[in-house]
Design a protein around this ligand. Structure first.
Ligand code: COA
Ligand code: AMP
Length: 627
């Protein structure tokens, strides 16, 4: 079946389309109903069916005779470690870990926070939760203890699973002290912590609360998979909203498993036995869907890479991994390729490697700039596919389709709507706009399986954030247009979210942190173009009149505060001290105008500005920084 046929089939009867796709999974209790409205206004797929995602991703392959196939490859240039686990190995690791968790009182519905580096134990932890029906919430290692504490308070976990440390190039990130600090800050009391002690930096465990992971697993008995309703929450994943409070995106089980399984072949062209590598982090949705669950559901071998595209040790790192493990499909963010291009513009390191097994590169997480995509295509001589999705949707909503006959690739566009997603462009009055006209990117309800049914304990927030803007549609928060051939161009956000090196951040949240620095009277944070990270935040800061220090002092204090409040991932490196901020007469800060000045775009001075001269001061500051 080709893309057009598949899309038409879905349009003619979406419930039948997805019911058919769901048959690829092993159901403990078959579903009779395909879709049901959820109280939030979102939807539940296969609500009366029962299954276990860990069973489908792991045990099933063992039961069907593929136990010896490699399921997970761990490659860590930062710790000089490599390991491979067959499906039978993963089953044994996960069953024993689930046993240890069960002995600590973890049962179906309990929340478990996972704060871990990119090591196999992190995947085992997620799968062990899925095995027991515990709801995991993975927190990216680059977040501060305060961000971790906020997530602990919202998810209210019984157990936190963590590790002694992560490894960033040139430094150890000690997770245990960050975790201790977070637990001290959180109002919610966690019963137990299970700590994986990595070699090189073993930390003291707190008696009564912390348990050594390896010893707990050693004495535990393996446990089997619990049958769960398809609507059971598999995980909560917090993502940036427009304020300092992140949104707890809920993912349910049956719809997600169906969508991921379908996508592996239809979109990525990956089949049982193929090696699939998503070079991301388990802390992001890409890691959940395409490092852990998707490839394993499809019986692929997944690669877990603890390293960077450059510097670990050089810009040939990706080519080395592709060659060594015969990777067929690579998925990463465009920023990774910009980093490689910067270090090795002629891709000379590529000549040392044999990439004959490699077939396709997929990019997402931020706008795929045509220059980078063309460069990747030129050096690799393979198809390069940009595709678009969000944490909320769980898997791609707009893509190209290696399993349905590849469509012509248009650089700059994220491709065509995936069956299951009726993507439209709307104006402010909710009218559908014709091809070529820009507006809000929205998706007609119901959303495809795999997309979120609600926010954790917050149906009202779900409706307010996503459904109220355009009745009958899910509002993506992105702005863009379709071209005459139906290709979607995602151009920008309609809110204050920015994508920094493929990491989703809110300038509003960074602004809140900047405002907490001692000498800051007023501030604005804007996202400006960056040749490596796509976008980076810049803070413009007005100090209190009594502040007598230098701009460097102020800048250092602000950067420290943002690292403490949000974490290193916020990537705030530039702080500009200004005498005042440009505002309209009604007091609205002119962030968009400042961004245009910083990016060298043309702008008009708004008629409502209270003091036009300040824009010259700001332009001069940007110029001083070489912008
Ligand atoms: N734990 C602790 N700290 C982390 C971390 C983690 N898991 N991940 C990142 N950080 C830190 C980094 O060390 C860095 O700290 P620094 O400012 O002290 O140097 C900071 O957070 C910002 O990280 P990042 O934005 O990733 O920048 P970088 O300079 O370390 O690397 C790239 C830049 C482009 C090489 C890297 O972002 C990359 O490989 N991106 C592509 C893949 C990807 O991750 N995509 C995500 C979504 S698909
Ligand atoms: P996240 O939830 O972290 O996956 O971030 C989702 C947001 O990243 C989207 O709403 C877009 O703003 C942006 N994004 C993701 N993929 C793309 C893409 N292929 N092109 C343009 N923007 C993208």
């Amino acid at each position: 079946m080709n893309y057009e046929q598949s899309f038409k089939l879905w349009q003619s009867d979406g419930e039948a389309f997805w019911s058919d796709a769901a048959k690829a999974l092993q159901w403990d209790k078959p579903f009779k109903t395909a879709w049901q409205q959820a109280p939030s206004g979102g939807g539940h797929w296969f609500p009366d069916g029962e299954l276990n995602l860990c069973y489908n991703a792991v045990d099933r392959h063992v039961d069907e005779g593929r136990g010896e196939q490699i399921a997970l490859i761990y490659d860590s240039p930062v710790s000089n470690t490599k390991a491979q686990y067959s499906f039978a190995d993963v089953q044994s690791e996960v069953a024993k870990l689930a046993g240890a968790m069960q002995s600590m009182g973890i049962v179906q519905g309990d929340r478990v926070v996972i704060y871990m580096p990119m090591i196999p134990q992190a995947s085992f932890a997620m799968l062990a939760c899925a095995r027991l029906g515990a709801i995991h919430s993975v927190v990216f290692g680059g977040f501060s203890s305060l961000e971790l504490a906020k997530r602990i308070d919202d998810a209210q976990p019984k157990l936190v699973m963590s590790a002694s440390h992560g490894i960033e190039p040139g430094r150890l990130v000690e997770y245990k002290p960050l975790l201790d600090e977070a637990l001290a800050q959180a109002a919610h009391q966690v019963d137990n912590c299970l700590i994986w002690q990595r070699p090189g930096c073993e930390l003291t465990l707190q008696a009564g609360r912390d348990r050594d992971w390896a010893s707990a697993v050693e004495v535990s008995a393996p446990v089997g998979c619990v049958s769960l309703p398809s609507t059971h929450p598999l995980y909560i994943l917090y993502t940036s909203g427009t304020t300092g409070i992140s949104k707890g995106v809920v993912r349910d089980t049956g719809g997600y498993a169906t969508a991921l399984h379908w996508s592996m072949e239809a979109i990525y062209g990956a089949r049982q036995g193929d090696v699939f590598w998503a070079a991301s982090d388990i802390g992001w949705v890409v890691g959940h869907s395409y490092i852990v669950y998707g490839p394993l559901l499809a019986g692929c071998t997944t690669v877990m890479y603890e390293g960077k595209p450059v510097g670990t040790p050089d810009a040939g790192a990706f080519w080395r991994v592709i060659e060594e493990y015969r990777v067929k499909v690579l998925f990463t963010a465009p920023t990774a390729f910009r980093a490689i291009k910067k270090e090795d513009p002629r891709a000379e390191l590529l000549e040392q490697y044999n990439l004959s097994h490699f077939e396709a590169l997929f990019l997402a997480g931020e706008r795929g700039d045509p220059d980078t995509l063309r460069w990747a295509n030129k050096i690799l001589d393979r198809v390069v596919i940009d595709h678009w999705w969000q944490t909320e949707l769980g898997w791609p909503a707009v893509a190209n389709f290696r399993g349905l006959g590849l469509l012509p690739v248009e650089y700059g566009s994220a491709g065509k709507p995936v069956p299951g997603f009726d993507v439209v462009i709307l104006d402010e009055q909710h009218n559908e706009l014709p091809l070529g006209e820009g507006g809000d990117i929205a998706i007609r309800l119901p959303l495809a399986p795999g997309s979120f049914p609600t926010l954790w304990n917050n149906d009202e927030g779900f409706r307010k954030s996503y459904l109220d803007a355009h009745p009958g549609f899910y509002n993506t928060g992105d702005y863009g247009h379709f071209d005459q051939h139906g290709n979607l161009y995602v151009m920008s956000r309609t809110d204050d979210i920015i994508n920094v090196a493929g990491h989703r951040l809110s300038t509003g949240a960074i602004e809140e942190a900047v405002g907490e620095a001692d000498d800051v009277a007023e501030c604005a944070v804007i996202g400006v173009a960056d040749p490596l990270k796509g976008t980076v935040p810049i803070a413009l800061v007005v100090a209190y009149s009594e502040f007598k220090g230098s701009e460097q002092d102020l800048s250092a204090a602000v950067i420290k505060m943002v690292r403490e409040k949000i974490g290193a991932v916020a990537s705030l490196k530039t702080v500009i001290q200004v005498s005042r901020l440009p505002k309209t007469r009604s007091g609205k800060i002119l962030r968009a105008t400042m961004r245009k000045i910083a990016d060298g775009e043309s702008y008009t001075v708004p008629g409502t500005i209270d003091d036009p001269a300040i824009l010259d001061e700001i332009a001069a500051s940007f110029k001083r920084l070489g912008r």
